[in-house]
Ligand binder design. Structure first.
Ligand SMILES: *[C@@H]1O[C@H](CO)[C@@H](O)[C@H](O)[C@H]1NC(C)=O
Ligand SMILES: *[C@@H]1O[C@H](CO)[C@@H](O)[C@H](O)[C@H]1NC(C)=O
Ligand SMILES: *[C@@H]1O[C@H](CO)[C@@H](O)[C@H](O)[C@H]1NC(C)=O
Ligand SMILES: *[C@@H]1O[C@H](CO)[C@@H](O)[C@H](O)[C@H]1NC(C)=O
Ligand SMILES: *[C@@H]1O[C@H](CO)[C@@H](O)[C@H](O)[C@H]1NC(C)=O
Length: 667
């Protein structure tokens, strides 16, 4: 569909018979991602069984230096998946996710056989010599999440009478063979449960049993929602990251485990009840209450928002390894800890890192882009007292890194105002409203073409999330409606990856390093190239044009694109089409004129500083970036010319009249 409009020119009468069709091409794009919110339904205290494996003294003497060993056990529902999904889950997703944690975490080796404790009919239980006994009867079936634990993994049914006396193995009950040489049993199901029907739930997981010596979780379950498992290549990264994320809830990052965390000597951070040996129960949450040595609340008295300053309290993970890592990461020596999520339901609050502070960390509550398991999450695993971590398995996170205390402890409103007043970049936040024509940017790490996720919301945002006094192109008084599209990030707008859509079907993503994101040749107006060697570079302030002898097309969305590059001879070289363009200084605009696919493509690319792209490559080869220099004249760079006969489109005076076409592209 397109509308048609004529454009008159002054040269109407001058010359005859040349028609140039000018098309404005406008593409549909998806609202940026960030809608799947992880709702980790933590197990309630009476759903978790405690299992005696080895004594406290035996366990404590060992050091946590043995690679974690996880046993996967499939429920029948997994085998009922269609072949493609089964293969994806069995051969790719689970092995990769499990191996990641097996490599990243070390534990005190379990030497005994693990036999899980049977569930009891009654909620009351009796613990004798560390062994759990049911009062009266054991349940017929013991489940872990949706999965029935097989008999061979279970201990015998042990029961006592109502007075806690006469404890014995129930008649006819036998213990199973158990599992040996394993530290954690992971029960996997693939059922379309009620919880799966919540929008965009892909998987969920939790632990179900803890051992009694140090309280480490030893069994857990994960359910993968069959209808949400996509086998598309571009969804693979999200699925893998989701499964890794969920496994971590079962291994330790859970509201029902915080109260069990211990220091590296095995001493609990939270006092225990002398009678039960457990922490105190929080009746409202139905789980054990942690102390403020684990999570502590701090007041931020001067939280700046549009209306002025308001008080705000934040919950921080304050265990020692986490504190060390966040201070170093943000370069903020007096940061109290790592801020925890304060929005969302029970399963999102407190069991994730705060999205505003840790945007693409994989343990934030929603997936937006490029998920990374950082040193901070590994530090948390060490602070459980159950694991030590191999920090070289952590991913490189860049969001907010080194931005100091202002970034880590102030509102994004204050950060944005402070930086803008000094004429500095407000990254990683942004303030461009998404509008027509669309202007894209690059993410800070240049791995993706991106957009500012600042949008108009249907309702005025709560005062504490109103972060703008004024916004370009937004009428005064309307600012309260505007905020980032990711609510968990306190509606702070930031630069984000997105997807191109046609008729509501995702056509491609904007991540530079996936070849499948390459536009079709006829749509590739800016001659982009997506590959594992590509990065995002900014275009200049002008639209890209394509010209043939009879037509000119302008593309209504531009701003940045993905291109190959090379670091050679002390300079950055950007590859466009089949040509190489050398950057001589930062912010140099390189004009592109390339004939490809029978069109002359015209546009410009802006050189980033050489150091930003090449410093590490050069350092590894003992080279370095040369200092910025005067660029050579334009004719030094390759310039294709369009060869046309009678009237050449280079001369606008020949244009008799032009047709301006608005075309909706289906990317
Ligand atoms: C499932 O994965 C395991 C381990 O990766 C492999 O040995 C087995 O052959 C796979 N099963 C099928 C049916 O592909
Ligand atoms: C447990 O006992 C110790 C000493 O016997 C005492 O200091 C402590 O306060 C008791 N704790 C609780 C929660 O009752
Ligand atoms: C930690 O991981 C790195 C990278 O995979 C590996 O080279 C190193 O051997 C690991 N360290 C230990 C102690 O396993
Ligand atoms: C990039 O992809 C090519 C082929 O697609 C592959 O041979 C190469 O190893 C990849 N390079 C990196 C750094 O992943
Ligand atoms: C680059 O060269 C190859 C081979 O000559 C050609 O097929 C391709 O279309 C060229 N690419 C561009 C963007 O001109």
């Amino acid at each position: 569909m397109f509308s048609l409009r004529t454009m008159e020119t002054k040269s109407r009468w001058k010359l005859q018979l040349c028609v140039v069709i000018i098309s404005l091409i406008n593409c549909n794009l998806d609202s940026v991602q960030g809608t799947k919110i992880c709702n980790h339904v933590y197990p309630k205290h009476d759903e978790v069984m405690h299992t005696h494996i080895e004594s406290f003294h035996t366990m404590k003497k060992r050091s946590a230096d043995q690679p974690l060993r996880i046993l996967l056990y499939y429920d029948n529902s997994v085998y009922r998946l269609d072949e493609e999904r089964f293969r994806l889950i069995n051969n790719t997703i689970l092995p990769e996710a499990v191996q990641f944690w097996e490599k990243a975490l070390f534990v005190r080796r379990v030497e005994n056989v693990i036999r899980l404790t049977r569930k009891c009919q009654d909620t009351q239980i009796f613990v004798k010599d560390g062994v759990t006994h049911c009062i009266g009867q054991c349940k017929e079936k013991t489940t872990c999440g949706e999965v029935e634990v097989p008999e061979e993994h279970l201990d015998a049914c042990r029961i006592c009478n109502f007075a806690g006396k006469d404890c014995h193995v129930a008649e006819g009950s036998q213990q199973g063979t158990g599992v040996k040489d394993i530290d954690f049993v992971f029960y996997i199901s693939a059922m379309q449960t009620e919880r799966c029907n919540k929008p965009l739930t892909v998987a969920y997981a939790a632990h179900c049993q803890q051992e009694t010596a140090l309280d480490r979780p030893i069994a857990g379950h994960a359910n993968l929602c069959p209808d949400s498992i996509s086998t598309k290549r571009q969804d693979l990264e999200i699925l893998l990251s989701t499964v890794k994320h969920e496994i971590l809830h079962a291994l330790g990052f859970s509201m029902s485990l915080f109260a069990f965390y211990r220091d590296s000597n095995g001493v609990p951070y939270t006092d225990r009840n002398n009678d039960t040996g457990k922490p105190v129960l929080n009746e409202r949450l139905q789980t054990y209450q942690w102390s403020d040595k684990v999570i502590k609340t701090f007041e931020r008295r001067n939280w700046l928002v549009r209306a002025g300053v308001v008080p705000r309290s934040v919950d921080m993970m304050v265990t020692p390894n986490v504190v060390r890592e966040v201070r170093e990461y943000f370069d903020c020596p007096d940061l109290e800890g790592a801020e925890l999520e304060d929005q969302g339901e029970d399963g999102t609050v407190l069991t994730h890192w705060e999205k505003r502070v840790f945007e693409n960390e994989a343990m934030t509550g929603t997936h937006t882009q490029n998920p990374i398991i950082s040193r901070i999450t590994l530090a948390l695993m060490e602070d459980t007292g159950w694991y030590t971590a191999n920090y070289s398995q952590a991913g490189e996170m860049t969001w907010g890194r080194g931005l100091g205390c202002d970034f880590a402890v102030k509102s994004c409103k204050e950060w944005i105002s402070m930086k803008a007043d000094r004429g500095m970049s407000i990254h990683p936040f942004c303030n461009k409203v998404k509008r027509d024509p669309l202007q894209t940017e690059c993410t800070d790490d240049r791995t993706s073409v991106a957009l500012c996720n600042l949008v108009r919301h249907e309702q005025v945002l709560p005062k504490i999330y109103q972060n703008f006094d004024q916004i370009k192109y937004v009428e005064a008084g309307e600012e309260g409606y505007y905020g980032g599209s990711v609510s968990l990030a306190d509606y702070c707008p930031y630069i984000q990856e997105f997807t191109w859509k046609a008729k509501n079907v995702i056509v491609r993503g904007s991540h530079c390093q996936f070849a499948e994101n390459n536009p079709k040749p006829e749509k590739n107006f800016a001659l982009e190239k997506y590959s594992n060697q590509s990065l995002c570079f900014e275009h200049s302030d002008h639209m890209w044009e394509e010209r043939s002898c009879k037509q000119m097309r302008q593309w209504q969305h531009w701003g940045s694109g993905c291109y190959g590059y090379r670091c050679e001879n002390g300079r950055l070289h950007i590859l466009v089409g089949n040509y190489t363009y050398t950057c001589y200084h930062a912010n140099q605009e390189i004009y592109i004129r390339i004939i490809s696919n029978e069109w002359l493509h015209k546009g410009a690319i802006v050189c980033p500083p050489c150091r930003e792209i090449c410093a590490s490559q050069f350092a590894a080869r003992g080279e370095s970036c040369k200092v910025g220099d005067e660029p050579p004249p334009a004719n030094f760079y390759p310039r294709d010319e369009l060869q046309c006969s009678a009237c050449t489109v280079r001369n606008h005076l020949f244009v008799l009249f032009s047709l301006l076409l608005m075309i909706r592209c289906t990317s």
